[in-house]
Design a protein around this ligand. Structure first.
Ligand SMILES: [Zn+2]
Ligand SMILES: [Zn+2]
Length: 150
């Protein structure tokens, strides 16, 4: 972790699923994308996960959202009508990150970090330079922060 405050957008970031049943407004979004290369994210979305976080969020279309408990500590939500993935929630903190692809992201976004790089398949690499961490490094950081994992 760099410890630096990330740059944030001043304008709300508007997003929606493929069919439009779910819309999301993310306030004070960080101008950085979180990338996860883990096996679960790949199985969920077809390849790596790219997420955005903000300081607050409004979600509409709750009737069309299914939240799947993918593990004891995580929930992954999708639109029940069109299947678009929507967010990943880390249950111990309640923090959510939202799929970057749902939003019309302006230019100038960077990558905060790439995690679970040890689980990344060989057939792609991300060109933009960014800090990289393995799964064991991420789990050690979470444990140091007081989270319990089996
Ligand atoms: Zn939809
Ligand atoms: Zn992942």
């Amino acid at each position: 972790m760099s410890g630096e405050e990330p740059e944030r957008l001043t304008q709300p970031l508007k997003g929606k699923c493929l069919c439009g049943a779910v819309s999301i407004t993310l306030h004070s979004a960080e101008k950085e994308v979180d990338i996860c290369h883990c096996d679960m994210c790949a199985r969920w979305g077809g390849a790596f996960y790219a997420g955005l976080v903000g300081e607050s969020v409004e979600v509409s279309g709750e009737d069309s959202i299914t939240a799947y408990q993918s593990s004891e500590w995580a929930e992954r939500a999708f639109c029940s009508k069109c299947g678009s993935n929507l967010w990943f929630r880390f249950k111990p903190t309640g923090n959510r990150s939202f799929l970057a692809g749902l939003f019309d992201v302006p230019e100038g976004f960077g990558i905060k970090h790439q995690i679970f790089v040890d689980e990344k398949p060989d057939w792609y690499d991300i060109a933009q330079e960014s800090p990289m961490k393995t799964g064991p490094e991420i789990i050690a950081e979470a444990k140091a922060a007081g989270f319990e994992f089996d």
